[in-house]
Design a binder for this molecule. Structure first.
Ligand SMILES: [Zn+2]
Length: 381
């Protein structure tokens, strides 16, 4: 029932449209047309205003034709990472790849194309289905911003399939919470050659803190990373500030809180050790901190109806689908937090966020068949 030629054409169309984060409008316009042609109610929400982008999320609803079948949310994101402009996809017999100068944008246009093809197949074959709600989000790649501004009160679905991971035989049911942090160490400036003893090096305090904090893979569920260290550029002045940015992730929220306390302590301890007495007055380094939870963990139990539905659909098509945990967030984290039980099914995308990105066509087609089967099964229950 999935028309492979049409599905392939759709993804080729989509990857040719530029859509860096906050600049998704060409894709949004394409999707508004495509969804309207399918008879769905379509709107573009206000998320674009909130994030200062050129479009909001595209949100649509296709009314159900099977009485009593529960609604289902299908979701994928419109934005792509850089370099993602003027993508020239190369079609090979078993794959679509980029020409090597840009990403391909199969992340996540493969997911969008699958959703469109499922809707087209349903309509063409007059397959009975429950209501289908669709959220094509903006700015997923820069902090799940579109999903964070989605109007969940307008959605009726209690379950969602997000199409935004790699392998169609794998279903993401667990992903971490993530904290972003910035610690600014304040020291004391002094001439580095004449009187360094009158200064407190913020760089040194930061270095001690970084050396003391847990970094990399902390345990099976937890990772941390420090990405930017910034401060004054002059080498002849003892630096009076140093900015350290980083992130911590864990599948376990309590563990993440604990790791953040450890990181914070590394800074405060290092600062406490950096003090001097100047003119009878004690001077100390001090720390300024900003920390926010970028997103909350995803944890869907294996007996959840949506997990069982996807597994049954795979089985019906001869594919054993495994549930997996991944180390990164997706819109599924946000949907789930808002009370819609969400899983993330692979679409065939490969080597994402690199100029070697490609789509495995067999896997891509299989993913579309699985989603269609899920919709059919749900109407049959
Ligand atoms: Zn993605």
């Amino acid at each position: 029932m999935i028309r492979r030629d049409r599905l392939t054409d759709a993804v080729l169309d989509l990857v040719r449209l530029d859509s860096h984060s906050k600049q998704e409008r060409p894709v949004a316009e394409y999707l508004v047309r495509a969804l309207s042609d399918l008879g769905a109610q379509v709107r573009v929400d206000d998320a674009g205003v909130a994030v200062q982008g050129d479009t909001g999320n595209v949100v649509a609803r296709l009314e159900g034709t099977a009485p009593g079948a529960p609604p289902l949310l299908l979701s994928a994101h419109m934005d792509t990472v850089a370099p993602g402009q003027s993508v020239k996809p190369v079609r090979e017999p078993d794959r679509i790849r980029s020409d090597g100068t840009t990403i391909l944008g199969g992340d996540d246009k493969s997911g969008i194309a699958i959703i469109l093809e499922v809707l087209r197949a349903l309509k063409e074959r007059e397959v009975p289905h429950g209501a289908i709600e669709i959220a094509f989000t903006i700015c997923e790649e820069i902090g799940l911003l579109g999903a964070k501004h989605l109007d969940y009160a307008a959605l009726r679905s209690k379950d969602a399939i997000v199409l935004d991971s790699s392998n169609s035989a794998q279903l993401v049911t667990a992903a971490p919470s993530s904290d972003h942090f910035t610690f600014t160490v304040h020291g004391l400036e002094a001439h580095a050659g004449m009187c360094p003893e009158n200064g407190i090096s913020a760089t040194r305090v930061a270095a001690e803190a970084i050396a003391a904090m847990p970094l990399g893979r902390v345990d099976a569920q937890t990772t941390t990373n420090v990405v930017i260290v910034d401060g004054p550029k002059a080498t002849n002045v003892v630096p009076n500030f140093c900015v350290v940015r980083g992130e911590a992730r864990s599948l376990d929220d309590a563990r993440l809180d604990e790791i953040m306390r450890t990181i914070r302590a590394a800074f405060t301890d290092a600062a406490a050790g950096a003090k001097i007495t100047l003119g009878g007055e004690v001077r100390r380094a001090w720390i300024e901190e900003q920390c926010e939870r970028e997103y909350h963990s995803l944890r869907v139990p294996s007996d959840a109806p949506i997990v069982q539905l996807v597994k049954r659909a795979g089985q019906a098509l001869g594919t054993t689908i495994q549930t997996i945990t991944i180390g990164g967030g997706s819109d599924a984290n946000v949907h789930n937090r808002q009370g819609i039980t969400s899983v993330n099914l692979g679409t065939g995308m490969r080597d994402i966020h690199t100029v070697n990105e490609w789509i495995d066509l067999d896997d891509f087609y299989r993913s579309a068949e699985i989603v269609l089967e899920c919709v059919k099964e749900r109407a049959a229950v």
